[in-house]
Design a protein. Sequence first.
Length: 425
Amino acid sequence: MGKLIRESMEGLIGPVRSFAAVAALKGPKNKTHILWITIISIFVIVPGIMRQVIQSINDNKGIIIAAVEFANYNSRMPTTICCLIMTNLRAGYLTDFITSARTLDKKFTNMGFLVDYEVVKRSGPSLVGLVLFKLALQQIPFLSQGFSWDLIDYLDYIIYNIPIFIIHVLLIQWIVYLTILRLHFKTLSIIVKTLRYHHCWVSEDFRVRRSTLKMFNRQREVVRTCSTIYDELCKQSERINDAFAWQILFLIPTLFVLVIFNSFQSCRMIKNLVEFDCGSVIFDILYFGVFLELVTPCIALRQEVDKFVNVLHRITTNEIDEEVSSLILQTCHQKIEFSACGVFTLDGTLIYTINVFVVFFTIVVSALAAVYPAENVAEASEFRPKRDHHQGVTGPVHTYVKTDKHANFKWGVKHHVGHHYAGRR
């Protein structure tokens, strides 16, 4: 793979790994760098936590809403730091992946096939453009609110933007490596398909002779080589899974909390309990997009593996039936699966499960918020009309809205008063 790998990955992995090298603190001075990032994190996280606690107490929002808001606001930076540390610790798996990929590329070349890495190069501008679009999209809530850019505003901007940017960088790495693995399986499928239709290809190591006996011997050798390549590709998938498993394990619960919070806010906006805020909708879309970007490459890779197995089952040459049966049995025992340390399986089931749980927990949080409303009784009493003993109470509906200008959302509470409440004479 040599030159092709370098050319295909310089456009994407080069800048990504350079950023990861700085952010994840590679090099001989790891301890010093980790100490600095810990100090910076404390100065970023602790003021944010104190600000959120004080603001929740002053606004008297209710314990349920305050707890959800607290988890939403303060879960980003710790998760980001853990992802950076684990990326640094697991960088060796990515190096092993590149080394093994070059070896596999040489085997494909010796068999007369080349891996189409142009797919990775063509997807480079699309991935970069997608990241820039998402970064621009998440600036809309901040620009629409007219920040005063004081210290708290800067903290909010950092806590909301830096983590999601690092997540985008990790996702680019995840997508590119899985795309390379998928291209290897695609090339393996082409080899097996060529073997199925008895097409002869000319190569130094797999030159097909006119003799039928030698042709079948070469075909057996091709099947054995495919078996070796399949085994190595399974190990490659394990390396990628091990390299990103802990980061994904940190991301999924955090994204789950963030999606619940923004879905909860969207429900409150639909009920007109709070003012409309585009931030909740935009961030909800972005976080759901992260789930899709985690799972979609795994589904595409799994589909490519299924194509390889289907072509393998259709080979009907009796002379190589034993080798083909052995390879089919190998595919049954060696499965390509991705999971976050065995806790979350990265397939379509994860998306359906997340959607179900988001709906369930959003309903639960909304119900609890209704039981423990975020209202200030003293302030609400000022809007209650007085009782008229002759005509009853016929007051209008009054609204009292509390606004938090420093976050990307606004809290509001409506106090309803009945229109025709008959009083006693």
